[in-house]
Write a protein that binds this ligand. Structure first.
Ligand code: GLA
Length: 713
C-alpha cells in the first residue's frame, strides 16, 4: 500500500502543468524535434531536423502537431473521433507533460492533451534514443464518456516539414518480388502508401520509407528521414503537400474500414512509428536504425544466430523418419548448427501432404513420424545438431479436425461463400478461446520438447472474409484487434519462453516489421532465393533492418554458381535449403569452409556498421561492407550481375575504416580450383588507401562475386 502511494506521488509530481508558449523539446545526439504550446494551449511543431538548442527555435504557432478532424483543420487529420452524442469533432489542448529518463540513453516525453468539453485524453509519447539518433512516437487514446466513441483516424505520429522539394523512396512488390525500390517527387495533394492485408503488413507495400528533403539523397549526402511502422497489419503512410508546399507525414494503422469502437475507460494504444533523421545521407540513417534495432527493436538483437539446413526446397511435404535421419546427418556434414523441419509434419485424419489440408491439427503425422517429434529431437542430438520446427498457428484448413470442431473460430462472412487463399482460412484471433489455442499450440511444442531449439512461425495469407463471429456488432475493430490479439499471444509466449529463437515468416516477406520483430530473432524476407533477385531484395531491407535479422538461404532456386549464391546469403543469417546429398565433392568442401568462415565473421556482418558502396540499381553490380565498431575488422562483398558487353569497373572505394590503421586484405570464399577476384589479395594496405583508392574486386564476368576479409594488422 505504502509502495503504491509512493508511486502515485512520483507520477503526480513528474507531470508538470503546461504554460502557454512553453517549449517541449525532444533531442537525440544529432536530431531535435521541438514543440511549442501556443497561447491557445494547442500543440505546435516548431522544428524537426538536425540538433538545435530549443531556445534558438521561435515559438511558432503555424503548424499544429497532431491535428484533429471535425474542427477547422482542412487537411487529413492525425486523429478523428465521433463522440457518444454524435459530435464528430475533437479539440485537443495540452494539459501537462513530463519527461522520464529510463537510463542515460532513453528519455520518454509524454504530452497529455485533453478536450475541454468531452472527457477524452490523448497522450503523445515520444521515446528518444540518444546514442542511436532514433525517436519512436505513439499515442494513447482514452475517454470516459457514458457510451463508446468511434475513433476513425489514429496516427501514431504526424511530422511536418517545409522544404524546397520532397523525394519519397517507397518499397513495394508481391510474393517473390518483395522490396522493389522506387523514388518519386511528392507533388501537391496526398500520396498514400498503405496495405489492407489485415494479418500481415508487407507484401504489396512495405511499412517503411525514406524521405529526402530539398533533393534526392545519396548514401553519404543529403537530408533524409527514414521511418518505419511497428505494426503487423493494415497500415497507412500518408504524405500531404498543402497549398503552401508544406509537407505532413502521418504514419499509423490504416483507418480503412476501421472506425474503432472504444469503450469508456479503455485505452487504444497505437503502434510505434520509428524514425531517424540524418543530414549525411541514407547510409547514416540505416546505421542508426540498425543500432536501434539491435539494442531495442529485435529479440536478442545482439546475440549470435544459428546457421541451419532447412528441408522445404528439397523435400516439400515428402519426408519420413529415415529421410529426416539422413538430413540430420547432412546438417552435420555441412557444418550447420541446426536442422529446420518445415511444413508437412502434422495432421492424421487429414494428413498434411500438400497445402490443402491439416492446418490446425498440430499432432505429428503417424505415417511420416511414427515415433513423433521426441524421436527427431533425439536423432538430431545424436548427430550433434539442433532441431527446429515450422508452425502456422493462426491458420486453419477447411479440411481439418479443428475446422470441423470449431467452425465458429474462423473469420468468414455471413451469407457468403468462403474465400480461400493458399487453400486456407484465418482463425478468429480476437476470440480469447482462439488465442488460448494458438498459444497452446506453440507452448506445447516448446514445453513437451525441450529439444526444440528454433521455431519458424508462418502466416501464409492475408485477411479476407473480414468478419469475426466473436466481435458481433464491432466488426470495424477487427483489423486493429487482430494484430493486438496476435501480440497478446506473443507476449504470453515470450513470458514463458523468453529466448528461443523464432523466425518470422509470412509466405515470403509478408511480415517484416518491428511490431512483430520484438518477439522474433529474424525474418524471412522472400521465398525468392534466386541470388540475383536477392541482391536487390536484401538491398531494400538493408535500409531498415540489420543483417543479423535477415534470414538468407543458399538454395537451388536460381542458376547462379554456388559461390555467387553463397556470397549473397552470407550478407544475412546464413542458412541452406538444398539437397546436400547431391553436392559434388568440391561444392561440399566449399560450403563447409564458407560456414566456418561465416562463423568467424558473423559478428562483424550482424553487428557491424553497414556501408552500401555500389547500388545494383545504378549499374549491374553491387558492393556492400560491414565494419566492426572498433574498425579492426571488416567484410566486403562485391557482385557483378549481368554486365553489358565490355563493361569495366574501377576499384571499389571502401568506407568506415580508420585511415590511420593498416589492414591485411584477404579474399575468402574462393571456389576450389578457381582463381580469386581480388587483385590486391594478401596485401597490407592503409585504411586511407583503401578508402581513397580502393580494391579491385569486380571482374567483368557475369555472376562473379567476391568476399574480402579486412583485418587490422
Ligand atoms: C511459406 C514459406 C516457405 C515455406 C512454406 C511451407 O511459403 O514462406 O518458406 O515454409 O510456407 O508451406
Amino acid at each position: 500500500m505504502r509502495k503504491h502511494y509512493f508511486l502515485l506521488t512520483i507520477i503526480f509530481l513528474t507531470w508538470s502543468v503546461v504554460r502557454a508558449q512553453e517549449r517541449i523539446d525532444v533531442h537525440t545526439r544529432n536530431m531535435s524535434l521541438v514543440f511549442n504550446v501556443g497561447a491557445d494551449k494547442k500543440l505546435y511543431q516548431s522544428y524537426m531536423g538536425s540538433r538545435i538548442a530549443a531556445a534558438a527555435v521561435p515559438a511558432d504557432t503555424t503548424v499544429e502537431s497532431y491535428p484533429q478532424g471535425g474542427g477547422s483543420y482542412l487537411f487529413e487529420p492525425a486523429i478523428r473521433m465521433v463522440h457518444a452524442d454524435g459530435n464528430p469533432s475533437l479539440d485537443l489542448r495540452v494539459a501537462s507533460w513530463k519527461v522520464d529518463s529510463m537510463d542515460t540513453n532513453v528519455r520518454v516525453t509524454s504530452i497529455l492533451m485533453k478536450d475541454p468539453v468531452y472527457p477524452v485524453s490523448v497522450v503523445l509519447e515520444l521515446r528518444a534514443y540518444s546514442r542511436e539518433d532514433v525517436i519512436t512516437s505513439k499515442v494513447l487514446i482514452r475517454h470516459d464518456e457514458p457510451q463508446p466513441v468511434k475513433v476513425s483516424h489514429f496516427a501514431s505520429s504526424m511530422l511536418h516539414f517545409h522544404a524546397d522539394s520532397y523525394w519519397l523512396t517507397q518499397f513495394h512488390g508481391d510474393w517473390a518480388r518483395e522490396m522493389h525500390m522506387d523514388e518519386s517527387r511528392l507533388t501537391s495533394g496526398i500520396k498514400i502508401v498503405d496495405s489492407k492485408l489485415g494479418s500481415r503488413a508487407d507484401m504489396y507495400q512495405t511499412p517503411a520509407f525514406l524521405l529526402s528533403l530539398d533533393r534526392s539523397s545519396s548514401e553519404e549526402e543529403g537530408e533524409v528521414l527514414a521511418g518505419t511502422l511497428a505494426w503487423s497489419g493494415s497500415f497507412q503512410l500518408l504524405f500531404e503537400v498543402d497549398e503552401k508546399d508544406r509537407l505532413s507525414v502521418a504514419a499509423g494503422m490504416n483507418p480503412y474500414a476501421s472506425d474503432y469502437v472504444l469503450d469508456p475507460g479503455k485505452t487504444l494504444p497505437t503502434p510505434e512509428f520509428i524514425f531517424t533523421y540524418s543530414n549525411k545521407g541514407r547510409g547514416q540513417a540505416s546505421r542508426n536504425l540498425h543500432a536501434w534495432a539491435r539494442s531495442y527493436g529485435v529479440l536478442n538483437g545482439k546475440g549470435p544466430r544459428m546457421t541451419l539446413l532447412n528441408n522445404w526446397e528439397s523435400t516439400q511435404f515428402a519426408f519420413n523418419e529415415p529421410k529426416l535421419d539422413s538430413l540430420f546427418g547432412e546438417t552435420r556434414k555441412l557444418g550447420a548448427d541446426l536442422f529446420l523441419l518445415d511444413d508437412g509434419w502434422f495432421g492424421n485424419k487429414y494428413p498434411r501432404n500438400d497445402d490443402h489440408t491439416s492446418l490446425g491439427d498440430w499432432q505429428e503425422n503417424k505415417t511420416k513420424l511414427p515415433h513423433g517429434i521426441a524421436r527427431l529431437e533425439k536423432a538430431a542430438a545424436a548427430q550433434g545438431v539442433k532441431f527446429g520446427i515450422w508452425v502456422e498457428p493462426e491458420m486453419v484448413s477447411p479440411k481439418s479436425e479443428l475446422y470441423e470442431k470449431h467452425p465458429d473460430w474462423v473469420l468468414k462472412l455471413p451469407n457468403r461463400s468462403e474465400h480461400y487463399f493458399r487453400n486456407q482460412l484465418v482463425l478468429d484471433l480476437v476470440n480469447p478461446a482462439v488465442q488460448d489455442f494458438v498459444f497452446k499450440t506453440v507452448d506445447d511444442l516448446l514445453t513437451q520438447h525441450s529439444g526444440i531449439a528454433y521455431i519458424k512461425w508462418d502466416c501464409n495469407r492475408m485477411m479476407t472474409n473480414e468478419y469475426s463471429p466473436y466481435l458481433g456488432f464491432r466488426q470495424t475493430n477487427l483489423y486493429v484487434d487482430y494484430v493486438r490479439s496476435l501480440y497478446a499471444v506473443l507476449d504470453r509466449l515470450r513470458a514463458k519462453h523468453p529466448s528461443v529463437p523464432m523466425m518470422l515468416c509470412s509466405g515470403g516477406g509478408g511480415r517484416t516489421d518491428y511490431g512483430a520483430l520484438k518477439y522474433f530473432t529474424e525474418f524471412w524476407p522472400s521465398d525468392n532465393t534466386d541470388a540475383v533477385e536477392r541482391v536487390y531484395i536484401q538491398w531494400g531491407y538493408s535500409y531498415f533492418f540489420p543483417a543479423n535479422t535477415i534470414a538468407c538461404h543458399v538454395t537451388s532456386w536460381g542458376k547462379e554458381p554456388l559461390k555467387f549464391r553463397t556470397d549473397v546469403a552470407m550478407m544475412g543469417r546464413l542458412g541452406y535449403d538444398l539437397d546436400v546429398s547431391k553436392m559434388k565433392e568440391k561444392e561440399l568442401a566449399f560450403s563447409q569452409q564458407a560456414l566456418k568462415d561465416y562463423r568467424r565473421l558473423s559478428g562483424t556482418i550482424g553487428q557491424g556498421d553497414l556501408f552500401r558502396l555500389l547500388s545494383p540499381y545504378d549499374r549491374e553490380r553491387a558492393a556492400l561492407m560491414y565494419v566492426d565498431a572498433d574498425k579492426k575488422k571488416a567484410v566486403l562483398f562485391g557482385y557483378v550481375l549481368y554486365p553489358r558487353y565490355g563493361s569495366t569497373w574501377p576499384p571499389v572505394k571502401l568506407q568506415g575504416l580508420d585511415g590511420q590503421k593498416s589492414y591485411r586484405v584477404r579474399e575468402i570464399n574462393r571456389y576450389p580450383g578457381v582463381h580469386g577476384v581480388l587483385v590486391e589479395d594478401g596485401k597490407k594496405l592503409s585504411g586511407e588507401y583503401l578508402m581513397k583508392v580502393g580494391l579491385n574486386i569486380l571482374r567483368a564476368d557475369a555472376l562473379s562475386s567476391a568476399v574480402i576479409e579486412i583485418t587490422e594488422e
